[in-house]
Design a binder for this molecule. Structure first.
Ligand SMILES: [Zn+2]
Length: 93
């Protein structure tokens, strides 16, 4: 229980979660920060939603940019922009 308490007390703010998002996805956060990050996502519906949508957006971007035969190659696809916009709109602190 002591360990859990420590995690709770050292919890990240929503702003920090936003800042760590890229590092988390690229697995550059250490064990401790990763743990705090995941605990925050579990406790904070806003960040959890934001994280899910962010991940979807990245996946969508990768699909589009990794396929050179895609007609959207070379320009920013509307689909990706829309996804990014909807994430920004949906995220309220
Ligand atoms: Zn949060």
């Amino acid at each position: 229980m002591k360990f859990l308490k420590k995690v709770m007390h050292a919890n990240l703010t929503c702003r920090q979660v936003e800042e760590f998002l890229m590092d988390y996805l690229e697995e550059r956060l250490g064990f401790w920060k990763t743990l705090q990050f995941r605990v925050h996502l579990l406790m904070c519906p806003n960040c959890s939603k934001y994280f899910q949508e962010y991940k979807n957006t990245i996946a969508l971007g990768k699909t589009l940019f990794e396929n050179p035969d895609n007609e959207a190659a070379g320009k920013v696809p509307d689909e990706l922009l829309e996804a990014i916009m909807s994430v920004k709109k949906g995220y309220r602190k």
